[in-house]
Design a protein around this ligand. Sequence first.
Ligand code: ZN
Length: 131
Amino acid sequence: MEEIRIRSSKHFEFIDVTRDIQDIVRKNEIKEGICYLYVPHTTAAITINENADPAVKNDIISTFAKIVPWNGNYTHLEGNSAAHVLSTVVGVSVVIPISGSKLALGRWQGIYFCEFDGPRTRRLIVSIMGE
Ligand code: ZN
């Protein structure tokens, strides 16, 4: 198990971590297996989506802001309920197959750490199983 630190710089941000994760897979010399990514936070998440056209991630972020408004009718006193909701909607883990020492991502797929209440320093746990 490894952990990487992610420093978000915005309140709402998708950070592409694909290369960092692929480097860990390569360094561990795993040819076939699975890579499990876990976010130990309640106001952040992880997802996989297109990383070729940056407009896609911007559209996802602007849609999230519309469907889960920051200033909604919430009761949580900390004032960041929208971030908690989005963490649960998006989810805090993904599993990616490893094949031929590479993440078996589709051509247009990238892995995004999703910051919903930044800027902060965050943790991402990387657990790799295989041989
Ligand atoms: Zn809170």
